[in-house]
Design a protein around this ligand. Sequence first.
Ligand code: MGD
Ligand code: MGD
Ligand code: SF4
Ligand code: MO
Length: 711
Amino acid sequence: MKDDIRWVKTHCARMDHGGCGLLVGVKDNKIVKVKGDPDGFLNKGYICPKGVASPDRLTHPDRLKYPLKRAGKRGEGKWERISWDEALQYTAESLNKIKEEYGARGVAFGVGMPKGLEHFVLIRLANLFGSPNVIASQDVCHAPREITGIHTCGFYPVADFHQKSKLVILWGSNITSTNEEGEICSLLLEQLKQGTELVVIDPRKIDLVDKSKKWLQIRPGTDNALALGFLNVIIGESLYDREFVEKWTHGFEDLAEHVKQYTPEKVSGITWVPADLIRETAKLYATSKPAVIQWGNPIEHNTHTFDTVRALICLMAITGNLDVAGGNVAAHDPKIMGLGPFVRADLIPDKRKEMISAYHRVIPRLMTVAPSFFKKAVLEGVPYPVKGFYAMCSNPMLSYADSRQTCEALMRLDFVAVADLFMTPTAAMADIVLPVASQFEINDIGHYGIGHGFIVARPKVVDPPEECWPDMKIMNELGKLISPPDLWHDDYEEFLEDIVRPAGLTYSRFVEKGYLKGPDRFKSYEEKGFRTPTGKVELKLSTAEKFGLKPLPEFGGLPEDDDPEYPLLLTSSKSRYYLHSSYRWIEKLRKMRPHPKVEIHPETAKKYSINEGDEVIIETRNGKITQVATLTDTVDPRIINASHGWWFPEGSPETQYGWKESNLNMLTSAGKLGKEYGTPNLKGIGCRISGKVLAGKMEALKYTGSCKGAL
Ligand SMILES: Nc1nc2c(c(=O)[nH]1)N[C@H]1C(S)=C(S)[C@@H](COP(=O)(O)OP(=O)(O)OC[C@H]3O[C@@H](n4cnc5c(=O)[nH]c(N)nc54)[C@H](O)[C@@H]3O)O[C@H]1N2
Ligand SMILES: Nc1nc2c(c(=O)[nH]1)N[C@H]1C(S)=C(S)[C@@H](COP(=O)(O)OP(=O)(O)OC[C@H]3O[C@@H](n4cnc5c(=O)[nH]c(N)nc54)[C@H](O)[C@@H]3O)O[C@H]1N2
Ligand code: SF4
Ligand SMILES: [Mo]
């Protein structure tokens, strides 16, 4: 029996950013087992529960298996089955019609978390069609780190876990659950075994707090204040790297003067972190060489993200931890095709001026549009009308701030096409739904364009259902109908060849190698300087006036003012068992986390008469939802930690699978946005809770035809 199993090496994908090497056992075109590959260069045999369950996402009986066209009213849940030919023709005609009337910019192309190479094929599709509007979650996911990095020091400073560090700071990064961007926790855990010290900055007592030297239980949304407090201590006590600062930084004197106001005592009042702990941690970071900051999502989940990231890069720079082995580094790509040529950026030279976000004067180099600006264009025609939307790998009804508004925007569009594996609340609002082939069923390249200096091979292991197409194939064929056909391939798999050709490889040779990593090169600035206008790390931004940016990082107040009617602070974190809004239909995972849980301190729960397992109504100024109480002293009594991404695949299509009931983004607002990236406040929001039962156990609410249904 056992001998019939064929073992294939590939890399995990689409359960998070991916990266673990996997050994996949296949029998009769079915995956029978998945194990961590001991040779995996990032995971060395590690695999998480999502990885183990990942084949199950393909075999669910309700998986989309053929293209669908809306039959009833939008969102009513009535569909007719159509052929691929009809689906592509109808989509092309609808998009071309909008282009004729409103220009190509009247169509937006939407994508969520980067999942694979199709992310960049989508950007190419938008470029070739002539639309400058690619809508992505980058405003709340990595763009603040990447682009603020480029402005400050000429690169995106990623944590280098491949060389040993003396100290690691997990700054809002729950790496044992999220393994973000391929920073697989096994690399860090190995270092901890070998004596690397750890600091955790998190309002929750995450698993790794037990292994940490210090835990700073920060007030959500105040990371910029804490980073400024560290700068105050390190500069005030002359703990900075003098030689580096003199030779390689611009504006040190101004920064030093500016941070004098952020004394540990003052910062303690803002962040809830004791002043002595701020002092000790700042000293520890400055005196441990090399030290690295693994930064997480919360630093970009509020309107102050630009200041936070600026302050953090200033910290890395003045302590001499920038671009040194075991610090925060510029990762160098292997010799592969560059992003610009792949997406044909040359064909849309006016993109920067034409894109929706140009009107909002966001930071230069941000080349995707923040969802909140997209919705404004759809709902208010500002700065111009947007009427069409092609979305893949994303579920905006759950992932964009203010879900009710997202629903209204989807209702308002003339045409919506959604490509997904499963019928989701967003797909339920589409005119055309396209069934995709996904991880394990397609040849793919992972980590392209992510900025960590490597790409991984994700070869196909089994055949997809007959009418499920890879996104890359869908776009390759749609592209021929809505843009110059000669700029597309006969066979979409040529895209894979394009990427690896400069390395002298074919895709199949690349698969044999498994991954390509660029060179480990540090302190490149010693030869060429930093790639900024001054050639130095710009502690004070030399381009501030020109671009309307703040020259020095500031604490400009809390992301939201304290609100006595909403006395608790809402924060959230990703579940170990799901990817954002995805895969609640996988039984193995659902068993591990059947309900959306909200973590509440026992004292707080007592105050509101809430018991373990009760349904809890969570309310903010923007809306209310229900989640299930978990009482734990791992959170501060003044906060609650809710779950993100919940909808109910077991629900019914006419209610869009209960998208309102437990969805965190019913509680967020797209009203107040950070200037540089258009980022809304997702964490540190005033809220209140009560234990009253609302509509019975997680029962889906009836869709009322508009998005203003009762809640
Ligand atoms: N309040 C709040 N909002 C947040 C966040 C938060 O923490 N709090 N996190 C933010 C962040 S960091 C991000 S990145 C976004 C993520 O937002 P999204 O990317 O929109 O969310 P996902 O659930 O990752 O993916 C959406 C869909 O992709 C589908 N999918 C999976 N594989 C494939 C594939 O191969 N092809 C196609 N076509 N579809 C596929 C899944 O079935 C799923 O329906 O959400 C953001 N929104
Ligand atoms: N299992 C799983 N893995 C994922 C994802 C997923 O959905 N599920 N999503 C992927 C994506 S797209 C991304 S961007 C990454 C995100 O990966 P992470 O950055 O690790 O994401 P989060 O869980 O949002 O937040 C991390 C930690 O920040 C803490 N936190 C909350 N508020 C604050 C605050 O104001 N300040 C500080 N300092 N900490 C705070 C939370 O308690 C949590 O422990 O994960 C990727 N990996
Ligand atoms: S940690 Fe991420 S890449 Fe590794 S097995 Fe889990 S989901 Fe896959
Ligand atoms: Mo993300």
